[in-house]
Design a protein around this ligand. Structure first.
Ligand code: PEP
Ligand code: MN
Length: 354
């Protein structure tokens, strides 16, 4: 259930609603929108009478949410969520007008490789940097990441290049270590239904990039986001990274139709990963273009200074000059769909136009 407050409701009236919810054994979530504040109530459903809340001062209406996901639903919050991350002097937003572009290697392999990737992606217009220090690999005999050393290299990248960092956390204990170093916690596709990890990142102060599971339906995907939000962390960024189908011309089948489907059901931002979504370098730019055209809020793209020497996912990693071209192309498409990138030229001011 959600309790929508009157636009002029006072802070005390909002608090009184929260207290009543808690006294009934539920959790209260205060969601402040542009037009109205909503208090959402989560917990194991029981008999609840909306009228009990509608009689409280400052309450406009109490509504039952029909979808199984409540906090992630557009029924709870009608306007798009814009998530702010990174360094306080130059914050980056995800879900706002500017597209969020996260770029970097699949894995942090060395300081030299990571710095080279960071310099290239920053120059091309990315504001966020990706790189795994802990890699959940299909085979236990392949490179598993540099661990703590990798996190320290990422911290240096943030300092040196002013890029916000996105890196993966693989289990609840590991999260204690990773959250100290990263601006956004990434939950990988294989962990989308690792409920103890979802609850743990839900208690973090860092925004979470939640990748869609390899065979997850849209409802399962949004319910995974709900697990995080139910713990009090509302800063969830969804990521479509391809699902498993019978098709074998690509590594996964990038489901771009999920973007408008998510936009209809949820206020959360959603970005696209055309690297894991295709698994093939030559398909990354075309699918990145399509993702922006279809309404994605940004991209996460693998870029390596020497893809042929990459310790993981070299086949799908872009060369730096290809990433530069991707940025140029999506900047053009962004203009058509009412978005911008860090490379967009600002519209000339009225004074200059005259
Ligand atoms: C990654 O982004 O490096 C990764 C492992 O992705 P996914 O979890 O989508 O496979
Ligand atoms: Mn990868």
């Amino acid at each position: 259930m959600i309790i929508a407050m009157e636009p002029q409701a006072t802070e005390e009236q909002i608090q009184a609603v929260c207290k009543k919810i808690e006294a009934l054994g539920f959790r209260a979530h205060t969601i402040r929108g542009v037009e109205r504040t909503v208090v959402a109530l989560t917990g194991i459903p029981g008999q609840l009478d909306p009228e009990e809340f509608e009689s409280l001062p400052g309450v406009a209406e109490a509504l039952l949410i029909t979808k199984p996901y409540k906090l992630a639903s557009r029924e709870t919050k009608t306007e798009d969520s814009v998530i702010q991350v990174g360094l306080s002097d130059s914050p980056v937003t995800i879900g706002g007008q500017e597209l969020a572009v996260i770029a970097g290697p699949c894995a942090v392999e060395s300081r030299e490789q990571t710095f080279a990737a960071a310099a290239a992606v920053r120059q091309a217009g990315a504001r966020l940097f990706r790189g795994g220090a802990f890699k959940p690999r299909t085979s236990p005999y392949t490179f598993q990441g540099l661990g703590q050393e990798g996190l320290e290299i990422l911290a240096e990248v943030r300092q040196e290049f002013g890029l916000a960092i996105v890196t993966e956390t693989i289990d609840p204990e590991n999260c204690n270590q990773v959250e100290e170093y990263t601006d956004i916690l990434q939950v990988g596709a294989r962990n989308m239904q690792n409920f103890s990890l979802l609850k743990r990142v839900g208690r973090s102060s860092r925004p979470v990039l939640l990748k869609r599971g390899i065979s997850a339906t849209l409802e399962e995907f949004l319910m995974a986001a709900e697990y995080i939000m139910a713990e009090g962390n509302y800063n969830v960024i969804l990521c479509e990274r391809g699902v498993r189908t019978f098709a074998d011309h690509t590594r996964n089948t990038l489901d771009l139709s999920v973007i408008p489907a998510v936009k209809r059901r949820s206020h959360l931002p959603i970005i696209v990963d055309p690297s894991h979504g295709t698994g093939k370098r030559e398909k990354v730019i075309p699918l990145a273009r399509a993702a922006i055209a279809v309404g994605a809020d940004g991209l996460i793209v693998e870029v390596h200074p020497h893809p042929d020497m990459a310790l993981s996912d070299g086949f799908q990693s872009l060369h730096p000059e290809e990433f530069e071209s991707l940025m140029e192309q999506i900047t053009a498409i962004a203009g058509v769909v009412g978005r911008t990138t860090a490379r967009s030229t600002p519209a000339p001011s009225a004074a200059i136009r005259e």
